[in-house]
Design a protein around this ligand. Structure first.
Ligand code: ADP
Ligand code: MG
Length: 728
């Protein structure tokens, strides 16, 4: 009997939900481990508090002396909450969060010690971070990188550590993390959007991008998950036959949440409350043992930090509940994968959601301005947007007939389609008073009513307008949202700058009224970007053909998709906006291509190992049982044995054929890998891994999965899909 699998099953059957007690209301504990406004008022001098506030709201620099005051206050607060250590908490390009803890504790001679935390330690540190990916920016001789405090994301206490969100940049100032370009992109979209807002309201001083992510994940019993070498090493199953019952009956989606999962969620939500992560929604997803969690949206930088933190917290809490959380986009073949919808919008410091239709024709014209500019930005940069969500794991979703396709398109619904069609016919040049009245009353003025009953929500669209925000659905569940958010906010910033220039030119040179100019520019945008709008079924083959005709890209794999990150257009876009210079863009491209290769390489090694060292020996063992049986029959029945042993003999042969195929494919795969590894060029190497190595996974898997159906269940060493997916 295969011991690990059956031991794991036995353990998993003993589980009981962990008892979770919630003694306080959530609203009472919300943010109590965060150095937020109310805590700052308590622990900081007035001057220090105002300085932090100015840094958050106006981007002002914090004076070094004031930083000392702030760090003292922060330390007092943290120690009062039981913290013993502090860390700069950042998001290097590994995708995970990074931390290096230092104790507050310091000796002062004479056998004495104190707790110390100065402004210098708060503001900037130099971790020896030479082992983080840097795409050649920092060679090991110049291994210094700085982490620098980001006051716009508040410090928090996790466990017994004070965590200070920071950016991570190289000695020469290049970004080595996800946060730095995001902050620059948010600044770019802020100033570009404020300038456009001034057409409608002179009082607007700041525009914030908002983000509400929806995190999908699987919860698998820990022992069962740990019994699978592929899950342990790659986060997904590389083989395994589909169970008879998968998700066909749709009986999991929105069903009652299983008890153990519920205990996990409540525990997690409590921790989220303490950390100020405003989680609100929880439910079962489509696949068995798949769930979703969503917060109330927040300012984008904070929301990105919250999501990164959440993934880490989920991992830790799941341990307490004997679960393993799988964030992988496609942990199981044959059932749905996981994504991370990014709900995005822009809102002003005067409290207006720029993607929410308003109550007056004027506010609706503002809405349409931002709405149409976003569509235009997506149209002009669809390949870059696709690149922003590319990863080895997300390739399993995009273009794989579930989740959004690899083709980027925008869904806006019937009513807004009609509105755009009407705006497309606006007069070229100055508008007559009658036309303007008509537009105000019948086109622009009508939007709020129609949107309220706009319930058609196309689930197959990668980028959909959902009433008062766009929902970027193609983002992968393992992704750091900073990457897509940097791209989205940058392309919209660029678009808004262009828009402002065009409108101003019409006002100045053609003597148009502001409204006329806006209508004129929007009309052209609608005409130009029509091809990105698609309301039909995004999974269908018909759309693939249609999209091709329209000239939209369909980059199905990561190496193809990532190229857009270093196109001339992209390099210029980021450079002009000050989001990333050429070196930074190229470094990221290199890092992501390299990561792609490494991920496929690891998967390839693991599947080779499992196939050769787990599956084949098991098949041989079972074959020997059959051979013994056949020999026994022969012994008893003599020449007649063949009639009785017919099925066994067939099975023996079938097993041999599968074994032969597995072995030859594993050999082929190893050869392909060896050859690719010699390639010094990251582009051709990634393509080889994609087109030569990875396709062999399917062949190997096919034969292994067939054997799973043939071999005695008692002998099979790998925990099966039905056990992984249906143990609750
Ligand atoms: P679903 O798409 O699953 O039906 P909702 O559309 O209600 O769920 O909300 C999904 C997410 O969108 C939530 O995190 C919510 O806070 C967020 N959201 C709502 N309004 C905005 C907005 N203006 N900007 C960004 N995110 C938003
Ligand atoms: Mg949604």
């Amino acid at each position: 009997m295969s011991t690990l699998r059956f031991h794991a099953i036995k353990e998993s059957l003993k589980r009981k939900p962990v008892v979770i007690e919630e003694k306080q209301r959530r609203s009472e504990i919300f943010g109590s481990n965060v150095f937020n406004e109310s805590t700052m008022r308590q622990y900081l001098t007035k001057e220090a508090f105002e300085s932090v506030n100015d840094a958050i709201k106006l981007g002002k620099k914090i004076d070094r002396i004031v930083a000392d005051h702030i760090s003292t206050g922060m330390k007092e607060w943290a120690i009062s909450k039981g913290a013993t250590h502090y860390t700069h908490w950042f998001q290097p390009l590994t995708g995970a969060t990074a931390e290096k803890h230092d104790a507050f504790f310091e000796t002062i001679g004479g056998g004495l010690a104190i707790e110390k935390f100065g402004g210098g330690q708060l503001v900037q540190q130099e971790p020896d971070a030479s082992s983080f990916p840097n795409g050649g920016i920092r060679n090991t001789f110049e291994a210094r990188g700085y982490t620098a405090w980001d006051p716009t994301s508040p410090a928090f206490i996790y466990g017994t550590t004070l965590c200070i969100p920071t950016v991570f940049v190289s000695y020469t100032g290049e970004a080595l993390d996800y946060k730095t370009p995001l902050l620059r992109a948010l600044q770019a979209v802020d100033s570009a959007a404020v300038a456009v807002c001034k057409y409608f309201d002179k009082n607007v001083k700041k525009v914030n991008a908002s983000l509400g992510w929806e995190q999908e994940y699987f919860l698998i019993d820990r022992d069962l998950a740990m019994s699978r070498p592929d899950i342990v090493q790659t986060g997904r199953t590389l083989l395994g036959h589909s169970p008879a019952k998968g998700q066909q009956l749709d009986d999991h989606y929105f069903g009652t949440i299983p008890n153990r999962a519920m205990a996990f969620m409540r525990d997690l939500e409590t921790e989220c409350m303490l950390l100020g992560i405003p989680v609100k929604t929880r439910h079962n997803e489509v696949a068995p043992n798949q769930f979703e969690l969503a917060p109330i949206y927040d300012e984008a930088n904070l929301a990105v930090d919250h999501n990164s933190l959440l993934m880490d917290v989920m991992d830790k809490i799941s341990d307490r509940h004997n679960f393993k959380v799988l964030f992988h986009e496609k942990p199981f073949a044959g059932v749905n994968g996981s994504g991370k919808h990014n709900n995005w919008s822009l809102s002003t410091d005067t409290g207006v959601n720029l993607l929410g239709p308003g109550k007056t024709p004027m506010s609706n014209l503002q809405f349409l301005t931002f709405f149409i500019n976003t569509i235009k930005a997506v149209y002009d940069n669809e390949e870059l947007l696709r690149a922003a969500i590319a990863s080895a794991s997300n390739d399993h979703r995009l273009g794989a007939n579930e989740a959004p396709p690899a083709i980027i398109s925008v869904f806006i619904g019937d009513q807004l389609t009609k509105t755009l069609n009407e705006l497309e016919n606006v007069t070229d040049g100055k508008l007559s008073p009658e036309e303007k009245t008509d537009l105000k009353l019948n086109v622009v003025g009508k939007i709020p009513d129609v949107l309220l009953d706009n319930t058609d929500r196309n689930r197959t669209s990668p980028f959909a307008f959902t009433g008062n925000k766009f929902e970027f659905r193609a983002v992968g569940s393992t992704a750091n949202c900073a990457n897509p958010m940097t791209v989205l906010n940058s392309i919209v910033a660029k678009q808004l700058i262009d828009f402002k220039n065009e409108v101003d030119a019409l006002i100045d040179k053609k003597d148009m009224k502001k409204d006329d100019a806006i209508f004129n520019v929007l009309r052209e945008y609608i005409k130009q970007s029509k091809n990105i709008l698609f309301e039909g079924n995004g999974y269908g083959e018909a759309w693939e053909k249609e999209a091709k005709k329209r000239g939209l890209s369909n980059n199905k794999t990561t190496p193809e998709a990532l190229k857009a990150k270093v196109s001339k257009k992209t390099l210029e876009l980021f450079e002009d906006l000050g989001v990333m210079n050429k070196v930074e863009s190229e470094a990221r491209y290199e890092i992501e291509m390299e990561e792609y290769v490494l991920r496929i390489q690891i998967e390839s090694r693991v599947i080779g190992d499992i196939a050769r060292n787990h599956v084949v020996p098991t098949a041989v063992r079972y074959q020997n049982v059959l051979i013994k049986n056949v020999k026994g029959l022969k012994e008893i029945y003599g020449a007649d044995f063949k009639k009785l042993a017919k099925e066994q003999l067939n099975l023996i042969e079938e097993i041999s054929e599968h074994i032969a195929s597995i072995n030859s494919n594993v050999t082929k795969m190893t050869e392909a890998r060896k050859k690719s590894n010699k390639d010094e060029n990251i582009e051709t190497k990634a393509l080889a891994y994609c087109n030569k190595v990875k396709p062999l996974f399917d062949d190997i898997r096919y034969h292994c999965d067939k054997l799973e159906l043939l071999v005695d269940d008692e002998l099979w060493p790998l925990t099966k899909y039905r056990e992984l997916l249906f143990t609750k």
